[in-house]
Design a binder for this molecule. Structure first.
Ligand code: MG
Length: 203
């Protein structure tokens, strides 16, 4: 199982970090050791002083595929959920400055809390899914899949040109604007179309 994450897929978020808008999807990987399941707490790592939350819609791949045509891509996922792409922004800043890969900032243990999934069939329009992240009861991030630069289908088609997708793989589809730091004691609650799918504490 692998986790593939799309970067800079919401224009407002790319701008808030002073990144140019991508012409092709940008992606990176996290290992399976990044996952935190069942609303278990996220333990703040000692190597960073700036862990940012990035709430993202997550697709769960349900069949093997490579070189997937965009018009068939919707057949490759039947469940949608929410996850957090935790980012050590201080380390990422250093990597970016030196042109180095991002793994230490993005792929560390527990960097991907993952919530419940819902069937795609239960969602009226996958092109119009709202997501929201609340911290300690206040909304900090809000977005809608209609604002994505690259659609779910485009992302699946693009990734599968380079990497074979397998059953159970997860695709984090990018975060909307409003990313910011978390602190020990924070409670994070993420909602998909007003349904809470993820609820955990930072410890
Ligand atoms: Mg992200």
């Amino acid at each position: 199982m692998k986790i593939i994450c799309i970067g800079r897929n919401y224009a407002d978020h790319a701008r808030e970090l002073d990144n140019p808008l991508p012409e092709q999807p940008v992606f990176f990987l996290k290992p399976d050791t990044a996952l935190v399941l069942n609303n278990k707490p996220f333990f703040y790592p000692a190597f960073s002083e700036e862990i940012d939350h990035e709430v993202e819609i997550v697709l769960k791949i349900n069949r093997l595929g490579r070189h997937i045509d965009q018009k068939f891509a919707h057949r490759y996922f039947s469940e949608i959920g929410l996850g957090i792409d935790f980012t050590a922004r201080d380390l990422q800043g250093k990597c970016k400055k030196k042109g180095l890969p991002w793994e230490i900032a993005k792929a560390f243990d527990n960097s991907a809390p993952l919530g419940k999934f819902v069937p795609v069939k239960s969602i009226p329009d996958p092109g119009n899914i709202s997501m929201r992240l609340d911290i300690n009861g206040s909304t900090v991030q809000k977005g809608n899949s209609s604002e994505m630069i690259f659609s779910f289908d485009r992302i699946i088609s693009y990734i599968s040109k380079f990497i074979t997708l397998k059953i159970g793989d997860l695709i984090f589809t990018g975060t909307p604007a409003g990313v910011g730091p978390v602190r020990v004691g924070d409670r994070l609650q993420a909602f998909l179309n007003e349904e809470m799918l993820l609820d955990f504490y930072v410890r």
